[in-house]
Design a protein around this ligand. Structure first.
Ligand SMILES: *[C@@H]1O[C@H](CO)[C@@H](O)[C@H](O)[C@H]1NC(C)=O
Ligand SMILES: *[C@@H]1O[C@H](CO)[C@@H](O)[C@H](O)[C@H]1NC(C)=O
Ligand SMILES: [Cu+2]
Length: 174
């Protein structure tokens, strides 16, 4: 399949969908557990509308409450609860551009550090892929900081997977 075709598909995807959504596992390899530092985890990424958070944990050992800021700060979930999850594998789509506040409402866990918030920004095609996944080769250095050109970097793993799948379907249908 030609480069031009790949590029065309890429453009179609960007214009149809506006952006590429990402799935983030909360806590990375530590998952949703006591002992992980969710404050620093939540600052590692930029979240945009359409992305998904996945909380994995032993069912019954933890839970996930989306709460108001006041409840996040007090860790008292008798009020200010917006949504609750307890399946052990909770997939939460971040539909809105707003701050999301999450806590674990098992006794002591919130005060012990199982809480974080994220500020979900509007999805826009200009924030596609500033940072490549570590498993892929490092792309050439970005343009100088004072340059105003926007570069689209084809570096998101999920994008590639969809491109390959889509291209494959396209070839099948030819
Ligand atoms: C998040 O966005 C900020 C500001 O746009 C940028 O400086 C930073 O590198 C981004 N971080 C990631 C992980 O993409
Ligand atoms: C949580 O808040 C409720 C109502 O504001 C209050 O009655 C309760 O005592 C609080 N619980 C704790 C553990 O502070
Ligand atoms: Cu917990």
């Amino acid at each position: 399949m030609g480069e031009a075709k790949i590029f065309l598909i890429f453009l179609i995807m960007v214009f149809l969908k506006g952006t590429v959504s990402e799935v983030y596992t909360v806590g990375d390899e530590l998952r949703w557990n006591t002992g992980a530092n969710f404050g620093s985890w939540s600052q590692k990424y930029n979240f945009s509308a359409g992305d998904t958070l996945v909380f994995t944990y032993g069912k019954g050992q933890h839970n996930v409450y989306e709460v108001t800021e006041a409840t996040y700060r007090s860790c008292n979930a008798s009020t200010g609860v917006l949504a609750t999850y307890d399946s052990g594998n909770d997939q939460i789509q971040l539909d809105q551009t707003k701050k999301y506040w999450f806590i674990c409402n098992v006794d002591g866990h919130c005060l012990g550090g199982m809480r974080f918030f994220i500020d979900v920004k509007e999805a826009s095609s200009t924030n596609i892929g500033p940072t490549p996944p570590q498993r892929e080769p490092i792309p050439p250095p970005p343009p100088a900081a004072n340059s105003c050109t926007t570069t689209y970097v084809f570096d998101r793993w999920s994008l590639w997977v969809s491109l390959v799948a889509f291209g494959f379907l396209l070839q099948l249908s030819e």
